[in-house]
Design a binder for this molecule. Structure first.
Ligand code: CP3
Length: 346
């Protein structure tokens, strides 16, 4: 009998004694082998667009730790670039993009169906990975959610409070809505190609969902996610989808039901016991160890890992962090975390 991959079983609603494990940013700078391949690529974007090297860094954490899932190595900002924005990574400063703040800027963007030549190397990476991964490892494709992607396109960089995006929304609502609509349509085409190339699960990263409140949350976090999920499931029946409305707080409640997502990923501001009682009742949840424990390690890491496993042990759960692992994390602590999950809630 062929057993279902652990990640897919959790997403299908199965409660497992030992939850599947993977980590956001599991291919990243905390790993010496990642830093070596990135140096070989020359820069971050070349790494993203060279299928053999992107495949290599995707596989590195699987080889080292045997995670239950691999996540495609790419970035949420490849979609704006495919739509025509300039994109570069200033060393030590994070991403920089040309901005979209006027109707003329918007009119220069390409259409949602015109992104595929630019993104072809990403689809090729997915195809290679789907051949090369161990049979028990699930392959996750991903994109940024429209609001989060829009915050970078409008500001031209990361911002602490997403101020420029909120300002455009207030000053020129039709332009803001048109941008969200364009990103949503492009994201559907992008993710659909990833699924066609072999991605078995899709994750939508709304890293800045927490700065949307009230009706704005409904319009710009819930509604675009709902549209993406519905269209992907229409084109790829049964495709499981993880939504990550980071720092949504109380708005995590009902998010999976409202959007049709199979799982919500929880950030580490949410208490596991509260989430088990209020969110896991709707189905699978993913999360939510604070990444800082992988820097500090020790008994606090073991205890918090066990507490999370225990809190979610009565329903479907995917063990993960509440946000991406940081470059200063100790790779040995990742091993300790995995041991603590796999030995059970003890
Ligand atoms: O999780 C994975 O291992 C898959 C690959 C992945 C990356 N970025 C690689 C990356 C994924 C899923 C992302 C998502 C992403 N990218 C998000 C959403 C998730 C989140 O973290 O909130 C966002 C907001 C981005 C945009 C982005 N990319 C920023 C702000 C930065 C700079 C900050 C930083 O950590 O340096 C990046 C760069 C980036 N994306 C790196 C990696 C491994 C580091 C680049 C390097 O190697 O120098």
């Amino acid at each position: 009998m062929v057993r279902k991959k652990k990640l897919l079983a959790a997403l299908a609603g199965e409660t497992q004694a030992v939850p599947p494990i993977w980590m956001m940013r599991q291919a990243g700078r905390y790993l010496p082998e990642y830093r070596a391949t990135r140096a070989q690529a020359g820069d971050f974007l070349s790494l993203c667009y060279t299928p053999d090297l992107a495949t290599e860094v995707t596989l590195q954490p699987i080889r080292r730790y045997g995670f239950d899932a691999a996540i495609l190595f790419a970035d949420i900002l490849l979609v704006p670039q495919a739509l025509g924005a300039d994109l570069w990574f200033a060393a030590g400063e994070g991403p920089r993009l040309s901005t979209v703040t006027t109707p003329a800027d918007f009119d220069r963007l390409s259409g949602p169906d015109d992104i595929h030549d630019h993104l072809a190397p990403v689809y090729e990476t997915v195809r290679i990975l789907s051949r090369e991964l161990p049979p028990e490892t699930a392959l996750i494709g991903f994109a940024g959610a429209p609001w989060t992607v829009a915050t970078y396109m409008i500001a031209g960089r990361g911002t602490p409070d997403q101020g420029p995006a909120h300002a455009l929304k207030a000053e020129n609502r039709p332009l803001f809505d048109a941008l969200i609509d364009r990103i949503t349509a492009a994201t559907i085409e992008y993710l659909s190609k990833q699924a066609g190339a072999g991605a078995e699960v899709i994750k939508i990263f709304d890293s800045w969902a927490g700065s949307l409140t009230g009706e704005d949350f409904d319009r710009y976090a819930l509604a675009p996610a709902t549209r993406i999920v519905a269209e992907l499931k229409r084109r790829h029946p049964g495709l499981p989808i993880i939504a990550f409305p980071r720092e949504a707080g109380e708005r995590y409640i009902g998010f999976a039901r409202a959007t049709g997502a199979d799982c919500v990923a929880l950030d580490n501001s949410v208490s596991p016991d509260w989430a088990a009682a209020n969110i896991q009742t709707d189905g699978c949840v993913q999360g939510n160890l604070a990444p800082s424990y992988l820097v500090t390690g020790g008994s606090a890491l073991i205890e918090q890992t066990r507490a999370i496993v225990r809190a979610f042990s009565n329903g479907p759960h995917i063990f993960n962090l509440g946000h991406g692992i940081t470059p200063d994390a100790n790779p040995d602590n990742v091993g300790l975390m995995i041991e603590a999950v796999r030995e059970g809630a003890g």
